[in-house]
Design a protein. Structure first.
Length: 193
């Protein structure tokens, strides 16, 4: 078995893919209460850490891609709350319906809509903060039975809330934050692997 690397990833999971600085998502076989609390903590901390990574960047940095062939930081800043809103709604659907089929969306097309260029980043940063406050309240109030509820992804099939959405969005929070650090000015702490 591979040894643990910094950030909780096995050495064979670390990614050279700039879209996934901590590696691609892998569904865990089993999830403990401690795992869930760790992931909820990552979701809870994500807005402040993301804000610290991108706050007060000049427009010239916001309008440059954060990786070759990728989105601009402005697109990433607006994408994160949109993606997390979808996750929050998927949790609500799975908690209130019997194995609902979730709707996917074309995130790359959303990133090209005119509101992305016109909306100040502060609005999306505030949206992320408020959304995560509400989401964490929901997550911390869920019962063991609720964590095992499932939803159906059109491409990936039946998925459990704790094995998929919770871990996935905890990891996505870290990936987006670390991606944004690539364009920070000097003096900002480097990302940790």
């Amino acid at each position: 078995m591979a040894s643990e690397a910094r950030g909780g990833l096995r050495a064979d999971e670390q990614s050279g893919d700039l879209r996934y600085p901590i590696g691609k998502f892998h569904r865990p076989e089993a999830v403990s209460a401690q795992d869930r609390e760790k992931w909820i903590g990552e979701i809870e901390a994500a807005p402040a850490k993301f804000r610290a990574a991108v706050d007060k960047l000049p427009d010239e940095k916001l309008n440059r891609p954060y990786r070759p062939g990728g989105w601009t930081l402005r697109q990433l800043i607006h994408h994160v709350p949109e993606s997390h809103m979808n996750a929050y709604i998927r949790f609500k659907l799975a908690l209130t319906e019997d194995e609902p089929t979730i709707k996917t969306y074309e995130e790359s097309l959303w990133a090209k809509l005119p509101d992305v260029e016109k909306t100040p980043p502060e609005i999306s940063l505030e949206t992320l903060e408020l959304l995560h406050k509400r989401w964490v309240i929901l997550l911390r109030s869920m019962t063991e039975e609720q964590w095992s509820r499932k939803f159906r992804h059109p491409e990936m099939g039946l998925m459990r809330l704790d094995q998929n959405l919770l871990k996935l969005y905890a990891e996505r929070s870290v990936n987006c934050r670390r991606s944004s650090w690539r364009r920070l000015p000097r003096g900002v702490p480097p990302r940790r692997r």
